[in-house]
Design a protein around this ligand. Sequence first.
Ligand SMILES: Cc1cc2nc3c(=O)[nH]c(=O)nc-3n(C[C@H](O)[C@H](O)[C@H](O)COP(=O)(O)O)c2cc1C
Length: 157
Amino acid sequence: MKTLIVYMTHHGTTKKVVDHLLSLLGEGETTVVNLDEVSDPDLSPYACVIVGGSIHVGQIQGKVKRFCESHKDQLLQKRLGLFLCFMNKELAKQEFENAYSAELRTHTTAHGLFGGELLFEKMNFLERFMTRMIAKENKSRSAIDYEAIEKFAKTMR
Ligand SMILES: Cc1cc2nc3c(=O)[nH]c(=O)nc-3n(C[C@H](O)[C@H](O)[C@H](O)COP(=O)(O)O)c2cc1C
């Protein structure tokens, strides 16, 4: 099935997740678009669309939200997967519900909460400060849930 993965990333973790998804779904049938590079991809060739982004200060990237809003009618005609990268496990479900509209969430074939990474070496001064003060974290760590990614890919295939 022809599949499009649309995503955004700040520090590369969502890209890492997308690369893993790509390897699981098969590169031949799957196209990947970073919304930072292509703001309005053509969805018409694809039977399946997967949308993902990451949470920063409680919000998914605005471009992901706007993409979902402006393509809502088309997305509701597709086999749809929605996923999120995040670090706060307690808030993940709420952050997911805030990131994607109820209409899209209800329509999904699969939804994925994939965890994330804190990469201090990629943060700017303000991000480092906020991560230390708000999240009380002070070193890089990875908490990507590869099992959840594999389960998601299996459902989407
Ligand atoms: C400045 C900053 C703020 C963040 N805020 C949140 C947050 O509010 N909730 C959360 O669950 N994760 C938060 N995170 C964790 C990110 O979602 C996590 O680092 C994710 O892997 C980033 O993916 P990306 O590199 O693809 O953008 C934050 C990370 C940074 C650096």
